[in-house]
Design a protein. Structure first.
Length: 112
């Protein structure tokens, strides 16, 4: 079973979830719940993926659903610092063409 920790903070106008570990079938419900909770307080949500070592299609589905919810409410969802396996998954699925991706939280200032 995969392990993951989530830390919720804010960065300027953004609600920020910092994820550490693996995003897969076993951890996706916790990610979904954290995104739902953060979305009640913030229109703009960022998911920091710099410490994520693995991401599967279940996690992608959670991210896409959160992006849709944010945009329906006039907000935005962005990803921060995906690399390695998660970056490859985002590229293969072309999600990197749909969701704004920045290298670090400071880059969120440039997301429309």
């Amino acid at each position: 079973m995969a392990t993951m920790t989530i830390t919720s903070t804010t960065h300027e106008a953004w609600g920020l979830l910092a994820i550490d570990g693996e995003l897969d079938l076993s951890t996706s419900p916790e990610l979904r719940d954290a995104l739902m909770a953060l979305g009640t307080d913030h229109e703009r949500i960022a998911i920091e993926l710099r410490a994520v070592t693995f991401m599967d299609s279940t996690a992608l589905g959670v991210i896409v659903a959160a992006m849709k919810r944010a945009r329906e409410r006039g907000g935005e969802l962005a990803l921060v610092g995906p690399n390695g396996s998660p970056r490859k998954v985002l590229s293969i699925t072309a999600l990197d063409q749909i969701v704004p991706i920045v290298d670090d939280p400071a880059g969120l200032a440039g997301v429309a």
